[in-house]
Design a protein. Structure first.
Length: 240
């Protein structure tokens, strides 16, 4: 089986190791990853700013690049959710609406793809650590695929998951929210970091790159020796 990799801007420019781990994990699952050239931003930031006029050209570009893909896999729930909104950008009767719908139906977040599409919750991964899970808002609420993340981590040999006192708490990023309301964002983030530290975990795992960047930055500022890892990195067993 072949899967086209949808690599978000944040992963490409700031967290390339997450993209590499995603490709490695798909290969381990027996899937051949292919990275189509010419990928651009999915338009999520403009969309959340209330600018569908700026998002629409990016949606058309995405559809053109991925239209022939048998399946599309991304290590980001928020960007996957954006692609699934593409059909709503076009009026009924517009050919782009149907084209976008077909592409959206074949686009999956990594954990969702492995568990729900492939039926492969156990990849034989090994990662020895005491860790806690940050279940991102996008993974759990926007896509509703948080269970897939948990099933995949439960099957990782050597990994001990420690519960957060408040697992439902957001990390405070929210894209434009952290720009418009920085004080509120930082207050929410501080509570999340306190929860992570209180578990005594050596690592915190999330399936959302934006949360990963936000949390890892806060941990670094506090000089806390807790690793922030993407789901794909754990499933790859640190073999990067």
């Amino acid at each position: 089986m072949k899967a086209f990799l949808f690599i978000p801007c944040l992963v490409e420019h700031v967290l390339p190791r997450v993209g590499e781990a995603t490709a490695m994990v798909l290969s381990r699952a027996g899937v051949t990853p292919e990275l189509p050239a010419g990928q651009t931003c999915c338009g999520q930031f403009a969309y959340k700013r209330g600018r569908p006029d700026l998002t629409r050209p990016l949606a058309r570009r995405f559809v053109e690049i991925f239209e022939d893909a048998p399946v599309i896999v991304s290590p980001s729930a928020s960007c996957t959710a954006m692609v699934r909104k593409y059909p709503t950008l076009f009026e009924a009767g517009d050919p782009w609406r149907d084209r976008a719908a077909r592409v959206a139906a074949r686009t999956f977040e990594l954990g969702e793809f492995l568990v729900d599409k492939l039926g492969c919750p156990d990849l034989g991964s090994r990662y020895v650590a005491r860790a806690t899970l940050h279940a991102s808002c996008q993974t759990t609420r926007a896509l509703g695929v948080g269970d897939a993340t948990e099933k995949l981590l439960a099957a990782v040999e050597g990994l001990t998951l420690l519960p957060l006192a408040h697992p439902e708490r957001c990390c405070g990023f929210g894209g434009a929210f952290s720009v418009d309301y920085p004080e509120v964002s930082q207050a929410i983030l501080a509570k999340k970091i306190d929860d992570i530290i209180a578990t005594g975990a050596e690592a915190v795992i999330t399936a959302e790159p934006s949360c990963l960047l936000n949390i890892s930055s806060a941990l670094a500022k506090r000089a806390v020796p807790v690793k922030a890892l993407h789901l794909a990195e754990v499933l790859a067993g640190g073999e990067l």
